[in-house]
Design a binder for this molecule. Sequence first.
Ligand code: GCU
Length: 396
Amino acid sequence: MRLLLTFVALCLLHTSTAQPYGANPLEVASKREWQKKVRPAVMEFFQQEVYGIVPPSQPEVDFHIIDEGEAFGGKVKRREVEMTIGGSTKALILIYLPAQHKGKVPVFLGMNFKGNHQIAADPEVTISDNAPRGKELGTDPERGAAASRWTVEMLTEAGYGVVTIYRGDIDPDFDDGFRNGIHPHFYAEGQTSPYAHEWGTIGAWAWSLSRVMDYLEKDNDIDHKHVAVIGHSRLGKTALWAGAQDSRFAMVISNDSGCGGAALSMRKHGETVAAINRNFPHWFCDNYNKYSNNEEELWIDQQGLLALIAPRPIYVASASLDDWADPEGEFLAALYASPIYELYGKKGLTSPTMPAVNTPVGDGHVGYHLREGKHDITAWDWAQYIKFADRHFFGR
Ligand code: GCU
């Protein structure tokens, strides 16, 4: 396997040794070569060595609508859908749609950190049993605490729906040897934890976003051809991996995803592969440990992950005070993935210079901005995503 990958690498990736940090622009001779040979090898690398494969035996997934109602004084319709995985794991999909919208609604789909009830101060949202509660028993479990990160009113006023699920409903975010969450539904007989090339938590989260997409395809109110998958930070890594594997996502947005997301690992700037594997041993597959303090051995850096999304529009965003996520490494990965977009006749990033703060770049299929401020997703970030989606989805 490794030999084959190396052979394909040598034959097909005409990398230039003059590039900094050992990560290079992806230079492939033709679209055909990319599609037939290089892309499958890049995909296989990320599956086997980084995020892990989804095990072959798939459990059943069922959906049913459990509640519908109004929010934001009637301006927004709310729908909650229960997704049941393998007969027992329950995850709630929360959907907000603009009430006045005519026809099918394009949506942003993303995972949330602390529970669906935190994305808006809506008293009707069901609180997951897995979600963190208020500090004292019986207090309000912080409804709307993450409202600034979701801007539901702004998005619905712009004509978009918001769809979210809580990460803890799919796989709680701590290392418990994969006993909780969805992994056990996929074990072969006698298996008790994922094999070295099988998925960790990010892989499971990404898989679940594709299952939400299965539901969205069936919901008559949703324009499933215009679903942008989005995520912040660890959930940005998740959105990228979901978008790379599932071409039904028409657009992919990475907000401050950093190491193991949009940032180039070989720069070793901010969070490193060793640090992420040490602090979050459950996120990636076990094979990824091979690259801790050994980034040069990565067959391809994270620009390969972004290139897997081509030709679908991708937006990478960083924040100026988020050195841990390596803004420049995120920008360079987007730049280095751009030649693959060009193979499809789509414009990527063209200027090799990092743009100034609060100055979005990319009038083609690859967008980038460096927001002034800290690690977060803000209304300003969302305003750029709305503009990007308006342009690509509707030519506005
Ligand atoms: C930590 C982690 C990052 C991650 C971030 C987050 O800082 O080191 O890799 O992106 O948490 O999810 O907020």
